[in-house]
Design a protein around this ligand. Sequence first.
Ligand code: ZNH
Length: 141
Amino acid sequence: MLSAQERAQITQVWDLIAGHEAQFGAELLLRLFTVYPSTKGYFPHLSACQDAAQLLSHGQRMLAAVGAAVQHMDNLRAALSPLADLHALVLRVDPANFPLLIQCFQVVLASHLQDEFTVEMQAAWDKFLTSVSTVLTSKYR
Ligand code: ZNH
């Protein structure tokens, strides 16, 4: 489903993020909460004071999961199965929120990587994050 070129572009971008998961993740969450305030409702403990340490800690966990997805691009369904259970059965995050997160993710990448983040990379990441979201929202019933 992902071409060899798309895979290479996804990995290339991930290599620039790896090691900075907490910072990228915190920025992603801050953008998500600011641009789409309705998303804050899912994180009452987090967004009340937008404590930097909590943003970094949840950002770290979220981005680590994205990193794991990059390592398992060919087998997302199996790799993300526990996380899909969590989102669908426990957290019950409305699937409509996933495109909002994808949007913010791309803005975070663009703002950091600037010219290094080519249109082809954006296209590959959009496709990849959409596949991740499809898996994470696949267990709703
Ligand atoms: Zn989520 C959680 C990932 C999307 C909401 N997450 C979580 C975690 C992870 C994740 C890793 C942790 C888990 C544990 O700890 O076990 N997510 C993720 C990813 C994505 C997501 C990868 C995409 C791509 N989420 C999402 C969205 C939302 C969410 C869209 C809404 C808006 N999450 C969430 C919550 C939680 C989580 C609420 C819980 C938190 C706490 O616990 O604190």
